[in-house]
Design a protein. Structure first.
Length: 392
C-alpha cells in the first residue's frame, strides 16, 4: 500500500514534540531528534553550549553511553582518507564544530552552525561549578607523563564542577594494547561520569570506538591538547586569535613541529573549497525555488521504501523524520527512492546519516535507488558519495 504525504513549508511538529519535557525524546534524545547537518562528509550538530551541557547531563543521569566528537579542520581532512576515523564521527552521539574554518564553511553553505564549541572550551565550562547541576566525576586518560595527575590535583583543589577520580597514561602502544582488561577495569572502577581522553585525534577516536561497549562511564570525549593548556605547559591562543580563525599561528609559535600538519591541512582544505564548497554554493542558488516535497511510503514483508519527490531540504526535514522514524520502527530493511528527488541539502544529509547510524546499530544498511547523474553529483560535492556504495 502506498501512502503519500505532502509537506507544507516549515513543518515542525516533531521539533515541538521533542521540546516537550514530558516526551520520551526529551528524556533521552534520539539521533533523529538531533539538529544535525552533513558538512563535507561528516555530521555536525547545530547547538550551543547550554544545549550541549544539558545533553551531557541527561546522558549522565541515564547512565547510557554518550560519545561526543569535536571535529576541526584536521578531523575533516583525515575523514576524507580514513574511513574508520570518519566512522567514529558518524557513530558519535554529538559532533560539534571545533574550528572557525568549519563555521565559515557552514555559513557559506547556509548551514546554521553559529558557535564554535572547542574541546578546550568545553572542558573549561565543565570545570565551572554552575555548568551542571552536580559535580561530575572525571577520569583523565593520556597526556604526557605526570600531566594528568597534576591537572587532576588542581581540579580537586579547586572544588569546581569536575572531580578527578582517576588518571592513567597507557603509553604509546596499539589500540589493543591500550585497551587491555587491566586498563578498562581501572577506568570502570573509578565510577567516573566522564572519560576525558588526551590522545592524538585518530588514536583517541579509534580507542573510544573500540571500547564503546566495555566502558561504564556514560560520557566520553576526546580533548586533545587541552591537557597541555590545563597543565600550563602550552599557552592557549588569546581569545581574539581563536575567534578570528588564527589560532593555528599561535599553535605553531608555541609548538613549531605543528607547522607541517597545518600546512597539509590548509592545502587539503583549499582543495575542498574549490572542488566542493564553491560548486555547492552555485548549486544551492539554482535550487532556491524548490519548495515542495512529497513523501510516499510502501512496504512488503521484508522492506520499507520511502519515496522522496521534490526538494529534500531543511524546511521539510521534520515531517520526513516522522516518516523515517515510523519506517525504522518497523524493523524492516529501509530503501530510499530518490528517482524524483530534485535536490538534497545539508540538513537532509544529516537526517540520512542518523538513519544510517540507527540501521547500523542493528546490522542493517541504508539503501538508495534511482540516483540520477545530477543527484549523484550532489552526493559527491557534499562528500557523501560513500552512502551510495549501499545502492540497491
Amino acid at each position: 500500500m502506498l501512502k503519500t504525504l505532502r509537506i507544507p513549508l516549515g513543518s515542525s511538529d516533531l521539533a515541538e514534540r521533542c521540546a516537550d519535557p514530558r516526551s520520551s525524546c526529551a528524556a533521552i534524545p534520539s539521533d533523529l531528534s538531533r539538529n544535525v547537518f552533513g558538512l563535507l562528509g561528516i555530521p555536525v550538530d547545530a547547538l550551543d553550549f547550554p544545549s550541549l551541557l544539558r545533553s551531557m547531563e541527561l546522558a549522565t543521569n541515564a547512565g547510557s553511553p554518550f560519545l561526543t566528537s569535536t571535529p576541526n579542520v584536521n578531523f575533516l581532512v583525515k575523514s576524507q582518507i580514513n574511513d574508520t576515523f570518519r566512522e567514529s564521527m558518524l557513530l558519535s552521539d554529538l559532533c560539534l564544530a571545533d574550528g572557525m574554518p568549519l563555521i565559515w564553511i557552514a555559513k557559506l553553505l547556509r548551514i546554521p552552525i553559529q558557535e564554535r564549541i572547542a574541546g578546550s572550551d568545553l572542558f573549561g565550562r565543565l570545570k565551572s561549578a554552575n555548568a551542571t547541576s552536580r559535580r561530575l566525576r572525571v577520569f583523565l586518560l593520556g597526556g604526557a607523563e605526570g600531566l594528568a595527575a597534576e591537572v587532576g590535583a588542581r581540579l580537586n583543589a579547586e572544588k569546581g564542577g569536575l572531580e578527578c577520580v582517576g588518571v592513567l597514561n597507557p603509553g604509546f602502544g596499539t589500540i589493543e594494547e591500550m585497551s587491555s582488561p587491566e586498563i578498562i577495569d581501572e577506568i570502570n572502577a573509578s565510577n567516573a561520569d566522564l572519560i576525558a581522553v588526551f590522545f592524538g585525534a585518530e588514536k583517541a577516536q579509534a580507542w573510544l570506538l573500540h571500547n564503546h561497549w566495555r566502558l561504564e562511564a556514560p560520557v566520553r570525549a576526546q580533548f586533545g591538547a587541552t591537557i597541555n593548556f590545563e597543565a600550563g605547559t602550552v599557552r592557549r591562543a588569546p581569545p581574539i586569535l581563536r575567534s578570528t580563525g588564527f589560532e593555528w599561528l599561535w599553535r605553531i609559535k608555541e609548538e613549531p613541529y605543528l607547522w607541517r600538519r597545518y600546512w597539509n591541512d590548509g592545502k587539503a582544505l583549499f582543495a575542498m573549497l574549490v572542488t566542493s564548497v564553491l560548486p555547492l554554493m552555485l548549486a544551492e542558488r539554482r535550487t532556491r525555488s524548490f519548495n515542495r516535497l512529497s513523501i510516499a511510503r510502501s512496504e512488503d514483508h521484508g522492506s520499507v521504501t520511502i519515496v522522496l519527490s521534490g526538494a529534500a531540504v531543511a524546511a521539510h526535514a521534520d515531517a520526513a523524520i516522522e516518516q523515517l522514524q515510523d519506517a525504522l520502527d518497523s524493523g524492516k530493511r529501509m530503501i530510499v527512492d530518490v528517482s524524483n528527488t530534485q535536490y538534497i541539502d545539508a540538513r537532509f544529509f544529516g537526517v540520512f546519516l542518523m538513519v544510517r547510524k540507527h540501521l547500523a546499530s542493528r546490522g542493517q544498511k541504508l539503501l538508495f535507488i534511482g540516483v540520477s547523474v545530477g543527484l549523484r553529483r550532489i552526493f559527491r560535492l557534499n562528500r557523501f558519495e560513500f552512502l551510495l556504495s549501499q545502492e540497491v
